[in-house]
Design a protein around this ligand. Sequence first.
Ligand code: IMP
Length: 201
Amino acid sequence: MTHRTLSPGRLIAATHNKGKVRELKDLFEPLGLEVVSAIDLDLPEPEETESSFAGNALLKARAAAEKTGAPALSDDSGLSVTLLNGAPGIYSARWAGDPRDFGVAMARVEQELQAAGNSDRSAKFVCALAMVWPDGHEEVFEGEVHGELVWPPRGDRGFGYDPIFVADGETITFGEMDPDRKHAMSHRADAFRKLKAALLP
Ligand code: IMP
């Protein structure tokens, strides 16, 4: 596939998640891009109807590029547990219920691991970053970080499932880790490195 160079200018962060907007601004603004979020523009939040991280990321970026006429970037991510055949996967946010409670979501992961025999506690975080231009050109980059799940949860830094995830080669959870250190090894960092190598030569 021929990659397209991302030129300086406006980039829509196609997400309503403030944490993701912050991270995308930190990553893209030093590269000369003006990051404007779906929150700033009051864009509608499309329903995530696809069955993969990449599919859902593309759906969100397409909707934002069509509405604004500017290139749009979105992130879809989650936790994939080996023994649970990849669950919660694209349902990672939904397992936390409404309003979101990741204590509930983490307890469900542990409960389902025990019910499945607890013979394998490996898991990975996955991130798909989708970039869509208003003329329909689109590219997706996927990143992963592999690790093991621990119980009980440890640490109050980070978010989501961070307190039960220990990356391979580490002894502390993402919830206990200095955020800069997590951001250097995370699934999002991995996807971003691939995006940068392809689109910002
Ligand atoms: P999305 O907004 O549909 O992409 O949902 C992503 C969900 O996956 C989040 O709400 C978190 O539960 C989980 N998730 C994604 N990335 C991370 C991470 O870095 N740490 C912990 N949980 C994460």
